[in-house]
Design a protein around this ligand. Structure first.
Ligand SMILES: [Fe+2]
Length: 276
């Protein structure tokens, strides 16, 4: 266990700016990040059958179109309820409990204000808990799946293992790439039920392997241990819908296959961006 001394407040996650035209969040002190997640589902950069035989096309189609698609629509529906517009969904993750409704200014007051003085700021209210839960669940799922797709590529296209900076950090911390893979697989296998496994770049520069429940992720500082907060630089979906059709309950076989299609070039890019 890493034992460096730093306060919880110092663990403010690197998040990402957004064109949050109507988000009034105390923790939205984000810095630019090239790994932003737009509201819309991104098109995959590979064909559905290009990850065969490791990840089968039938599962991929259902996973991308049905599961992920449902969450992207669910997030949009939730935000529409309070007229929130978000440019970068990642920027919501660290401040889910502080999200507030945009100010509501009555037209008559606005007209009066324009005639007599400064515009009123309106009243800001925290979002109802039910809506916070919807944004946490659907927003988390949208972010997680978007990252998951980016960290995949067909075998033979790109590096077959960690590169440059991230390779050095992995070897410094875990000894060898193989040791890292075993540690990651062990953590993923020991996670009970649905969730995600992550390699996280923490604000103190350390890498940590962790898992989250449901659709939570390491950017959600309100819902993860402070030791696990940070920017994901590798993501693995542990929900059964990600592998059941091909691997049934054999999560180990799924993980072993998944390593063959990890996009190490993107892992390197994510590490570069996170460590700037
Ligand atoms: Fe999934």
């Amino acid at each position: 266990m890493f034992e460096a001394k730093f306060s919880r407040r110092s663990m403010v996650v690197m998040t990402l700016p957004a064109s949050l035209s109507a988000i009034w969040a105390a923790e939205a002190k984000a810095r630019p990040h090239a790994l932003g997640v737009p509201m819309q589902q991104e098109a995959l950069t590979y064909d559905m059958n290009e990850l065969e035989p490791y990840l089968d096309s039938r599962t991929l189609k259902l996973h991308y179109a049905d599961h992920h698609g449902q969450h992207a629509r669910g997030l949009q529906t939730a935000l529409d309820q309070v007229d929130l517009r978000v440019g970068n969904v990642l920027s919501l993750m660290p401040c889910l409990r502080e999200l507030k409704k945009p100010p509501q200014v009555r037209k008559s007051i606005l007209q009066l204000s324009l005639a007599q003085g400064p515009m009123p700021t309106g009243v800001q209210q925290l979002l109802p808990e039910d809506l916070q839960r919807q944004i946490r669940f659907h927003g988390g799922a949208h972010v997680n799946h978007t990252l998951f797709w980016r960290f995949l590529r067909p075998r033979g296209q790109g590096a077959y293992g960690p590169l440059n900076g991230v390779a050095k950090v992995i070897c410094d911390q875990f000894g060898t790439v193989q040791s890292f893979k075993e540690a990651f697989a062990s953590v993923a296998l020991n996670h009970f039920g649905s969730g995600w496994a992550w390699l996280v770049y923490r604000p103190d520069g350390k890498l940590v392997i962790t898992t989250t429940r449901g659709e939570d992720n390491p950017l959600m500082k309100d819902y993860v241990n402070w030791q696990d907060e940070g920017m994901p630089i590798l993501a693995l979906d542990l929900w059964e819908h990600a592998y059941y059709l091909k691997y049934k309950q054999n999560r180990r076989a799924y993980i072993d296959a998944w390593w063959h299609v990890v996009n190490w070039d993107f892992v390197e890019k994510a590490h570069q961006v996170a460590s700037r």
